[in-house]
Design a protein around this ligand. Structure first.
Ligand SMILES: [Fe+2]
Ligand SMILES: [Fe+2]
Length: 136
């Protein structure tokens, strides 16, 4: 499974888009490492990197939301937390029981990221721009 950045995912805020590109790169690396079916150690490393990068990105994004007193922060943050919990469970399963990153996990990750970027982050950025323009 290949994962690619598309213009539909672009929010227009360079720092957020850079993070999102990196998230998709890591996910693509994960898909490729799985596809080669060989390097379980590499798969573990990539998925741990993905979890750490998710956490750092969510913190940065939530900071931007807090700065403009964004009304949807609570709901958006909850969505982030659910992802960290789900991905954390995947990482723990791999670490403790040597579970593989199976196809359904990949589909879940890809589906969540593309859905969240397009339907949560993109509208968020549009709202933030508006709030910044309205600021005194
Ligand atoms: Fe987000
Ligand atoms: Fe994001």
């Amino acid at each position: 499974m290949r994962v690619e950045w598309t213009e539909a995912l672009e929010s227009g805020v360079p720092s957020i888009d850079d993070d999102h590109r990196r998230l998709l790169e890591l996910l693509d690396l994960l898909g490729q490492a799985r596809g080669r079916g060989l390097d379980a150690v590499l798969v573990k490393e990539i998925i741990r990197d993905l979890l750490e990068f998710f956490k750092a990105h969510f913190e940065r994004e939530e900071l931007v939301m807090a700065e403009v007193s964004y009304g949807g922060l609570g709901e958006h943050r909850l969505d982030h937390r659910l992802m960290i919990t789900s991905l954390g469970e995947v990482v723990a399963g791999i670490a403790e029981n040597d579970l593989p990153v199976d196809e359904s996990t990949m589909e879940f990750l890809v589906g969540w990221i593309s859905g969240h970027l397009e339907h949560a982050d993109k509208p968020l950025v549009a709202d933030i721009r508006r709030l910044r323009e309205d600021a005194p």
